[in-house]
Design a protein around this ligand. Sequence first.
Ligand code: ADP
Ligand code: MG
Length: 140
Amino acid sequence: MAIERTFSMIKPDATARNLTGAITNVLEKAGLRVVASKRVWMTEKQAEGFYAVHRARPFFGELVSTMTAGPTVIQVLEGENAIAKNREVMGATDPAKAAEGTIRKLFAKSIGENSVHGSDAPETARQEIAYWFAETEIVG
Ligand code: ADP
Ligand code: MG
């Protein structure tokens, strides 16, 4: 299996509850390594751009307002099969459907305030990392 990089975000509902360390711990225990990290309070424009793929969805307005409600911690994670592994450890979008031990099962408040974001494929991982990080900020 190849070493991959993926983009991860600890969302405002989680930073508000001081869960940055607890969530990062779950990621690290799953074998993912934090190779870039910064705290960002995103603007409406940044949130709309980042989530542009969801523009037409009925929850888009709610998504932009929850993502701009407080600071996020954005990270680049590296590891074997990192994209799929991160999605697995995040759990299902709806915490009511998330498996035991996953981040969303452990910490998420609702389908909207679900504590973490993770890239869903190699192409989106590349795009999302480039949206937030300069290559010089990623130190493997
Ligand atoms: P994921 O984050 O698991 O990849 P999606 O890409 O489908 O999920 O959706 C992006 C984000 O939009 C979700 O993480 C969640 O915060 C929000 N979202 C998705 N579906 C809903 C919904 N039905 N109601 C409110 N918010 C939603
Ligand atoms: Mg998604």
